[in-house]
Design a binder for this molecule. Structure first.
Ligand code: EPU
Length: 339
């Protein structure tokens, strides 16, 4: 195992902030991981795992070992008339996997098209969009416990998936995900709950029997109309989670802001779009020096070029303080913060 030293991480994260790693290593197999965790340097330094680096804000230089997960491969491990199981390397680019599956008419992840990042990252943060979360198709996750070097296999239940989280995110420094096994369907299961999806399919004349590819194309168009693509500008998608408030708080806010969108949840609480909160506070398209929010979607914090991790974090804190003081709303980061 070789370590590079003093490596810039700007090109390894979609926020493109200017930070560096004291040591940097790449792993391409489970045996690479074993070599890594038995290396003396590993025992003495802190360590951080990078997948696609697309849901991450690195606020300062990392004084430890940064590991880039490049484990590759898409293999069919089980198949019958109605479904197929794929074992996928955690370093595979998520959107490449979506293309692979939609080209083969497989159902399950078509709504998650164009989400940046790796397959490992997708599971760590339980990516979700347009009515689907990756947890709905995960069969098992293989990971290495970084303190003991032990290889572990997690059932879907053991992954403890929740909204944008999992056991791998809540103990982010403990596990390195190596492989993910997904179970996809061969029969049609279109999820058309998100506004515009069905309308757009109808407009294309493919609403009757859409293919996974039809759905992925329609959703890709909706995404492009609101969200920046990787490389266009520094960002990490939604910066905050959508906050959940009590029904009383939502009712009070609705009196003050009759246009406030709200999604009543089965347990009586109410989810409010963080994008609406940030826009209402006056931050949509806001810019302060090198940082700001995206002009078409206030929930996306952006690095206009040359920003440090601290500058982005200062803006995030300013928005969180304003949300608390003006609306009594607690915004929580959705991105992983390091260190
Ligand atoms: N809105 C505003 N102003 C804005 C942006 C949004 O008022 O600047 C309001 C609008 O009323 C809109 C509502 O917020 O109807 C919801 O916006 P959108 O449909 O874009 O969804 P979201 O809740 O902001 C979530 C995910 C996205 C995912 C979309 C689509 C979170 C934190 N974000 O965004 O995920 O793509 O739904 O399903 O749950 C990500 O996690 O990085 C991400 C982009």
């Amino acid at each position: 195992m070789t370590f590079k030293e003093h490596v810039s991480l700007a090109s390894h994260t979609t926020f493109m902030v200017n930070v560096s790693a004291r040591y940097f290593a790449e792993v391409r197999s489970v045996s690479d991981i074993r070599d890594l965790v038995t290396n003396p340097l590993w025992q003495s330094e802190r360590h951080y795992i990078l997948g696609g680096g697309s849901n991450l804000l690195i606020r300062a230089d990392l004084d430890g070992i940064v590991v880039k997960n490049l484990i590759d491969g898409i293999d069919v491990v089980d198949e019958d008339d109605t479904s197929i199981s794929l074992r996928v390397g955690a370093g595979v680019v998520w959107d490449d996997l979506v293309k692979w599956t939609t080209e083969r008419d497989l159902w399950g992840i078509e709504n998650l098209v164009l989400i940046p990042g790796s397959v490992g990252g997708a599971v760590v943060q339980n990516i979700g969009a347009y009515g689907v979360e990756v947890s709905s198709v995960v069969a098992t996750v293989e990971a290495v416990d970084l303190s003991s070097g032990k290889e572990l296999s997690f059932t879907n239940e053991a992954c403890q998936f929740s909204y944008r989280s999992s056991v791998f995110k809540s103990s982010i420094l403990q596990y390195l995900v190596s492989y993910v096994t997904l179970r996809l369907s061969k029969s049609a299961h279109p999820v058309l709950t998100y506004p515009r999806v069905l309308e757009d399919l109808q407009a294309r004349g493919s609403a009757e029997h859409p293919s996974p590819k039809d759905l992925a194309e329609v959703i890709a168009n909706i995404r492009r109309s609101k969200l920046p693509e990787v490389g266009e500008i520094g960002m990490a998608g939604s910066f905050f989670k959508n906050p959940v408030v009590t029904r009383e708080q939502a009712d009070e806010l609705k009196v003050r802001y009759p246009d406030m969108p709200r999604f009543d949840l089965p347990d009586g609480s109410v989810k409010i779009p963080a994008g609406w909160v940030i826009e209402t506070l006056g931050y949509k398209g806001y810019r302060d020096g090198n940082v700001g929010t995206y002009d078409k979607h206030a929930l996306v914090l952006v690095n206009h070029g040359g920003a440090s991790g601290h500058e982005v974090w200062n803006l995030a804190e300013k928005i969180m303080n304003d949300a608390r003081e003006s609306l009594g709303m607690n915004l929580e980061p959705e991105v992983v913060l390091l260190p």
